[in-house]
Unconditional design. Structure first.
Length: 317
């Protein structure tokens, strides 16, 4: 069955959107990871992949960047898939925290981090993956990335080393959580797995394919491989919707209405379930740590294609 055209002039719309935002260099590149401060602020890419694998792109879609926090939905999905939802929920909650991604505020009473999209929650997910797979945990993540992108995975060792040498806050979070028995693996090994997943490299084209796999309920749009169970995808998208954009998740949900995840390198992915995956890369960030142009571009795409989950219409609905 052929897929309906998302919008006859979608390619022209993306070209125009890219051109309109090309000169907008508002925001700042991440400085707390020194290597990310060297990112080219001009690089700008938009990529959309439909659930059937049709791709619409504009700009520097083949320039690699590190996943950073955009890796979190995928490591969470892997944990749900390999360990099971009930078990994972006992260790990481699914409640929006209203705090920035790197918040060190922990609810000592409940002894679980608020959600897996903030650093504390993602570190506990790393510890769960370590507990399950031991020294093979990173390999599991690499295999997953390979299935999602169709390419051998790459890690940016400069970014890894750079973040490792300045990861004082993440180190503090993981050691504090270990002290509170919120994780049971070695804190340093847990941190290393987390930093490794953050340093994995993708292109904007790859990221839209990864988002499209989530949009299609876990089946890869090109290979047809079932990568995640539908229940895992539903869980991941729910958490991305309520927590993926941290302390601007409410505003994002109101305006854009799509599950999304951003990373401090400037990657942003949004998922229109049953329709398409959207990815944007632009290194300059807003005050919440989201790609400035990524937020703008995604807002405009969602508006133009009627993608807000609570609107009655949508181009592919
Ligand atoms: N928001 C992000 O992308 C944060 C990821 C980064 N590696 C950190 O832990 O600080």
């Amino acid at each position: 069955m052929t897929e309906p055209d998302p919008l006859p002039e979608l390619q022209a719309f993306l070209d125009e959107l890219h051109q309109t935002l090309a000169s907008d260099l508002t925001g700042d590149v991440a400085h707390y990871i020194p290597e990310l401060a060297t990112s080219d602020p001009h690089t700008f890419a938009i990529s959309i992949t439909t659930k059937n694998g049709r791709t619409f792109q504009a700009g520097d879609v083949d320039v690699p960047f590190t996943l950073q926090s955009v890796s979190k939905p995928f490591s969470y999905a892997l944990a749900l898939q390999d360990i099971g939802c009930a078990e994972v929920l006992q260790h990481v909650n699914v409640e929006p925290s209203g705090n920035p991604f790197n918040s060190i505020r922990l609810d000592e009473g409940r002894s679980v981090p608020d959600n897996p999209m903030i650093n504390a929650g993602a570190l506990v997910v790393s510890s769960l993956l370590l507990g399950k797979h031991q020294e093979k945990a990173f390999e599991r993540l690499l295999d997953l990335l390979q299935d999602l992108t169709g390419k051998p995975p790459r890690i940016n060792l400069n970014v890894l080393q750079s973040e490792n040498s300045t990861a004082h806050r993440n180190r503090a979070i993981v050691y504090l959580m270990r002290n509170l028995n919120m994780l049971d693996q070695d804190p340093e090994k847990t941190l290393q797995l987390y930093l490794q997943q953050c340093a994995l490299e993708v292109t904007c084209a790859d990221l839209s394919m990864m988002a499209a796999t989530l949009a299609s309920g876990g089946v890869h749009p090109l290979s047809g491989q079932r990568i995640f169970d539908p229940a895992v995808v539903r869980a991941v998208l729910s958490v991305m919707y309520s927590c993926g954009m941290y302390n601007s998740a409410g505003d994002w949900g109101f305006r854009v209405g799509l599950p999304a995840k951003s990373g401090v390198s400037g990657g942003l992915m949004a998922v229109a379930p049953g329709q398409m995956g959207i990815a944007i890369y632009s290194a300059k960030l807003d005050a919440h740590g989201h790609s400035h142009r990524g937020v703008l571009a995604c807002q405009r795409i969602a508006e133009r294609l009627g993608l807000h989950l609570f609107s009655a219409s949508g181009v592919l609905r």
